[in-house]
Design a protein around this ligand. Structure first.
Ligand code: 6GU
Length: 226
């Protein structure tokens, strides 16, 4: 079973490169996920292909219009069922590993990227099933945030990672930060790798890593342990 993600955006250019490089590209090539970009302007009507307009009640900033978004979403929904219509917005639920895990179990997702002052509230009321933010800061649009959601989700799909177990030892997978890692050389400019890692004593190494994870989490992210 493969996942399909349809991304609706006014800036498809901004979203191309993440899917043409690295593990996302490989996941697509392996047929584990399909990502389709839809330019909202293609669904706009009228001579000006307008996708945004002034807000009722006045105030600075444009609002994304409902009609082109309705057209695009309706066209997609006519072709298949979607598990979720996600709206990328700074006032959404903050993305975390649990949410990425949940989304990785879905089959078909629509991701709508917000821009300007956002979308007409009726879009959210009528079509959106999930609203996601990637953190407490403001981006100029939802595109980069959508790329981050896609990366976090796609790398969890079975067969995407080479070492199938490596997602399990990620920072956050068990609410713990990952332990420090080292590779050759065993000594660099007088700075040595912890002796235990060179010992070959796997159970002791595992114990050390767990203890380092816990210590790191206590020091850096005590909130994760609550
Ligand atoms: Cl999803 N969109 C925008 N525009 N800004 C954000 C965000 C999303 N998440 C955090 N900041």
């Amino acid at each position: 079973m493969s996942m399909r993600i349809d991304i609706i955006t006014v800036l498809p250019e901004l979203l191309k490169s993440p899917f043409e490089a690295s593990i996302l590209k490989r996941a697509i090539e392996k047929g584990l996920v399909e990502v389709h970009l839809h330019n909202l302007r293609d669904y706009a009507t009228g001579n000006y292909k307008q996708v945004d307009d002034y807000q009722f009640g006045g105030g600075a900033g444009m609002v994304m219009m409902i009609e082109p978004i309705d057209k695009c979403i309706s066209e997609l929904k006519a072709q298949r069922d979607y598990d979720d219509v996600i709206y990328m917005t700074p006032d959404g639920n903050t993305l975390n590993q649990k949410m990425a895990n949940e989304l990785s179990l879905k089959e078909n997702l629509i991701i709508l990227c917000g821009h300007y002052k956002g979308v007409d509230q009726r879009v959210r009321d009528m079509f959106v099933t999930r609203e996601i933010s990637i953190g407490d800061y403001v981006l100029s649009g939802g595109e980069l945030a959508a790329a981050i959601v896609c990366d976090a989700v796609i790398r969890l799909l079975p067969g995407v990672l080479n070492d199938e177990t490596s997602a399990l030892t990620d920072t956050f997978q068990d609410n713990l930060l990952a332990p420090p890692v080292f590779t050759r050389p065993a000594e660099y400019k007088g700075k040595e790798v912890p002796k235990i890692l060179l010992s070959g004593n796997t159970p002791e190494i595992e114990k050390w890593r767990e203890q380092q994870s816990l210590q790191r989490t206590q020091e850096r992210r005590p909130d994760l342990l609550e």
